[in-house]
Design a protein around this ligand. Structure first.
Ligand SMILES: Cc1cc2nc3c(=O)[nH]c(=O)nc-3n(C[C@H](O)[C@H](O)[C@H](O)COP(=O)(O)OP(=O)(O)OC[C@H]3O[C@@H](n4cnc5c(N)ncnc54)[C@H](O)[C@@H]3O)c2cc1C
Length: 535
């Protein structure tokens, strides 16, 4: 196939291509320097990346009295019994050197009066170990510093405004990418031959109608890897943030957990505290427990609200972002409770990778939220995701740097490039609504089967490649959630409310396996209909 090209697309491309301009992608590009590398990003750097929105910071056992072993133990404790302990320890041990890299790239982490890194505490951490920047500005500051570093690194070429929509392969080895101009569904695809692809495309939150993630986090990276045959790990495990502000914004703004730490309460529409009867820690219970409490109140029709009035007039000064967001939506949080909803926030699952960030496909690496390293298990410990992004980005760079590739050949594509249609907004909206209602905080087999089959139908019928890729990821998540007949970590099944010790293991699946599972659901539904008709 000849390479179609856009007039503003470079004629040559490097042998290493990183897809994604968030923390994982930028850090990997800098670590590969001076080796030439091309970074492709759907959005301009600094935009369209969850990394830039991170508020809390990065977990690192750098304070006196803390240790990587204690950090790893906390990571294992929240992960629902399926965290890979070696992976968690490796992550914790490499935190300090990676923080020093970030300092070298210009990230202005907060320091105490003696000049040591200032660390704060977050839920389920047994020590103060979150490094941060100007309170809650960690993500913005990290991405600003790395963007500048990348722009000043001649070996890194950045191509913004292109979306990767397929991986191309040659005899089982990844040999290139199919890209298309973002926001122009009918533009010609661009075929780029390359020897090593690093997917750093972030999470899947935007597959849900209610999410804290940017629109670019719609699972496209996971889909293109899965469609090329990559093994996908733990896709059913999605973390929901319990307190997204529910004022009809997409993405939904976050009400930070620190508000509850300072005395804000969770109440229903009748003014009753919703967490008191559910957990002895009430508002300060683990994130997944609170998310289920909030979800249950909304599902029962009583509504859920964050009552920050106990914080008094200091609220505006202490939480200016939250205060301003509420005011702009016509709500005064110093006087009235604010409506909230659980929102899809973080994907523990992703492209299965080994300790070098290698996927199951030759020539394909994955880092950051699109990958699944085994560090998070069924539930992520707060502030471990930025850490994982830099640790694995550095390992991927080291692994790739140790290899030499022949010049990229012309890629072979398995399928001809189809004509792309415009995104059908109603179908996209219905997919996202179904992810929230059927594959959300509390799940059951019937709804998961319904959703998985609906996503498979969208995947098959749509003429829009982005929607097809969204449906691919959605069906893998729904099919794996259906197959895991137990409740574990962030995966709660109302029809299987207990943990099953026999299922205390990670999921390893493929798109082909998910499709077989869905075909089995359809067959089971047909035979049960026949039985009830007495046929
Ligand atoms: C509101 C919020 C607060 C958070 N707070 C914290 C926190 O305090 N601490 C913490 O550890 N974690 C936090 N997280 C999670 C953390 O931010 C993410 O897990 C992490 O930043 C992911 O980094 P990444 O590089 O993998 O992906 P991202 O930063 O999301 O970057 C993905 C990149 O890929 C691009 N892209 C996506 N698809 C394509 C495609 N098909 N083609 C081309 N480009 C593509 C995007 O445009 C973007 O540039 C938070 C997340 C959110 C949403």
């Amino acid at each position: 196939m000849s390479a179609a090209s856009d007039s503003d697309f470079p004629r040559t491309i490097d042998d290493v291509v990183i897809v994604g301009g968030g923390l994982a992608g930028l850090f990997c590009a800098l670590k590969l320097s001076p080796r030439p590398v091309t970074v492709i990003s759907a959005a301009p750097l600094g935009e369209g990346a969850s990394s830039a929105w991170a508020q809390g910071g990065m977990a690192a056992a750098v304070a006196e009295g803390d240790s990587p072993e204690a950090h790893a133990a906390d990571t294992v404790a929240v992960g629902g019994g399926i965290v890979d302990e070696d992976v968690a320890l490796g992550l914790a041990r490499e935190a300090a050197p990676r923080i020093h890299d970030l300092l070298r790239y210009g990230v202005p982490f907060d320091r105490d009066l003696e000049g040591r890194l200032a660390v704060s505490r977050e839920a389920a951490h047994s020590a103060r170990r979150i490094v941060h920047v100007r309170g809650d500005m960690a993500g913005k500051a990290i991405i600003a510093a790395l963007t500048e570093a990348v722009r000043n690194t001649p070996s890194v070429r950045v191509i913004e405004g292109y979306v990767a929509e397929a991986l191309l392969s040659d005899g089982g080895t990844v040999s290139g990418l199919q890209l298309r101009k973002a926001a122009d569904a009918t533009a010609h695809p661009v075929i780029v031959p390359t020897r090593a692809v690093v997917l750093a495309t972030g999470g899947i939150g935007h597959l849900y109608a209610v999410t804290t993630n940017p629109p670019e986090a719609s699972g496209l990276g996971l889909a293109i890897a899965a469609r090329a045959g990559a093994v996908i790990a733990d896709p059913e495990f999605v973390q929901f943030h319990p307190t997204a502000i529910d004022v009809g914004r997409d993405p939904a703004p976050l009400a930070t957990e620190a508000l509850r730490g300072d005395g804000a309460l969770l109440v229903n529409g009748r003014g009753e505290r919703v967490m008191l009867a559910r957990d002895s820690l009430a508002e300060l219970a683990p994130r997944d427990v609170v998310a289920r409490g909030v979800f249950a109140e909304i599902a029962a029709g009583r509504g859920a609200f964050l009552d920050a009035t106990p914080l008094g007039p200091e609220l505006a000064e202490k939480f200016p972002g939250f205060h301003a967001t509420c005011l702009s939506a016509g709500l005064d949080p110093t006087r009235q409770p604010v409506p909230i909803a659980p929102a899809a926030h973080y994907h523990m699952g992703g492209i299965a990778v080994d300790r070098h960030g290698r996927s199951s496909l030759k020539g394909l690496w994955a880092g950051g939220e699109v990958s699944s390293t085994g560090a998070h298990g069924a539930n992520r410990l707060a502030s471990n995701s930025l850490l994982e992004a830099v640790v694995y980005a550095a390992r991927i760079a080291e692994d790739i740097d140790g290899q030499s590739f022949a010049a990229p050949s012309r890629p072979h594509t398995a399928e001809p490039v189809p004509r792309n249609c415009a995104m059908p907004p109603l179908v996209e909206a219905s997919l996202r609504a179904m992810m929230s209602s059927h594959v959300g905080v509390i799940r059951n087999g019937g709804q998961l089967a319904e959703a998985a089959q609906a996503f498979a139908a969208i995947e098959q019928d749509t003429g829009n490649i982005a929607l097809r890729n969204m449906a691919t990821t959605a069906l893998i998540v729904a099919a794996s959630a259906w197959s895991r007949r137990e409740s574990r970590g962030a995966h709660e099944r109302s029809d299987y409310p207990a943990e099953d010790p026999a299922l205390r293991k990670r999921t390893m699946t493929t798109l082909a396996e998910a499709r077989r599972t869905i075909a089995g659901m359809a067959r089971a539904a047909t035979s049960s209909a026949r039985r009830s008709l007495g046929a």
